[in-house]
Design a protein around this ligand. Sequence first.
Ligand code: LER
Ligand code: MN
Length: 262
Amino acid sequence: MRIAIQENLLPRGSLRDKFALAEKLGFEGIEIWGHNIEERLGEIMEIKQSFKVAVSTICSGYRGDLLGLEREERELAIRDIKVRLEAASKLEAVGVIVVPTFGKPKLPDPWPLYERIEEFERRLLIAELKELGKYADDVGAFILLEPLNRYETHFINRLEQAVDICNEVGIEHVKIMADFFHMNIEEASIPESLRRAGGYLHHIHLADSNRLAPGFGHTDFKGAFKALKEIDYRYFMAFECRIPRPIEESIRKSLAYLRSLM
Ligand code: LER
Ligand code: MN
């Protein structure tokens, strides 16, 4: 298990400064935001060469919506995700975080074809992931489906729902990730849901129950890490949380706390 941090959580400065600080604080990876990746790719590749810290993942940042109302929005999401998959491959990152849709459904009531909108959305997403997954296989970077809590999306709130989609898509480079903040709201048992996700789990977002840095809330990371050990989890866990000031001191405290539980 390697620990990473999202680039925006490191105090202001150039990307090179952020890599240097991440390395100094003891992180093994940086999660890059996917916005404007086309323009930033050259710079990130160059900076990355000077450090041991790796690029763990690319966090979304694509335009469009895989479950958007208009065909153009769905096509745009597919095109943009492909660009980010290629960038992830060049950066030797695990893959690209994909949230199928935020908020409420955008598509119309599919009755009488389907009773519930989620059934229609599921069919659509599986078809899209078959195309995206083929591309992901070709470039060798993973699509990481991220379940979010019910207040952020109506679609895919728990790990088992994301695993179910992967199973149906049946393509090697379509996998899932787990975010402790969302799991704290949606899963009956965090350790049990991690165990069940098993080999499908290829990335993690770290935040405590209140979305502060781990150790500043009441999530039971000990039980969760035991489950991760049992499934032999070997990918990154990236901080995606608010960090109380003073930032560097809180990061050190949180990292020490996490490492004491590993
Ligand atoms: C949003 O709450 C979240 O967890 C992000 O990782 C979405 O990409
Ligand atoms: Mn997340």
